[in-house]
Design a protein. Sequence first.
Length: 229
Amino acid sequence: PAHTRQTRPQPGFQSLELKGDLLLTVSDSSNAAIRICLNREHNNDFAWKTHPNINKQAFANDRVLGLKDASKPFPTGPSLGILRWRLQNNNNFVLPISVNCWPSDSSVTVEYEVERDDLVLNNVVIAIPMGGATPTVENIDFGDHHYDSVNQVLTWRLDRIDSDNNQGSVEISLDESVDSSVFFPVSVNFFGESTLANVAIADVLSNETGLTAQYSSEVVLSVERYEIV
């Protein structure tokens, strides 16, 4: 999950924590003596930690995840975490999506931009407090919107953000003047199809034959908390 807090109106963030796990699930015991080969285009800004039973030297040198005793199989059944990665408060890190707010006493414009061409984001939700005023959406580039009068929050939803709509904005006017601070914090939620650390499975090899074993992989990028304050 990604946890960020971004300041306004300047770019960047007050605090950042990104965490990831690689989980291995072996369903066939006859196909459990394996090693997982990762891509080499990983992000060196992250700190990496392997499971105690993983051969740390093989991972450090070759980006290969295998047991210290290659003659033994991985356990079958429940998922096993074999690799973790983490990044904290790195000001050079490019956020998956940047959201900025431009408030006045009777309106607010919210804009987003995805600065990484390799990212596709799904089910993007940007929630903007309205502070009791009734909003009218004057212009919206993409997606749709909904106003929750009970919680006084306007939600901007985009099913998918990719290279075709990697930046956009929504302009909102209010029926009364409010202090600009009521528009914060703006919260952002989304799901992605690739990791921010650029972790990917290149191959899974059998320790017995050296050939590719049958495998599948799934990547889930999700947000724990992302706020513009």
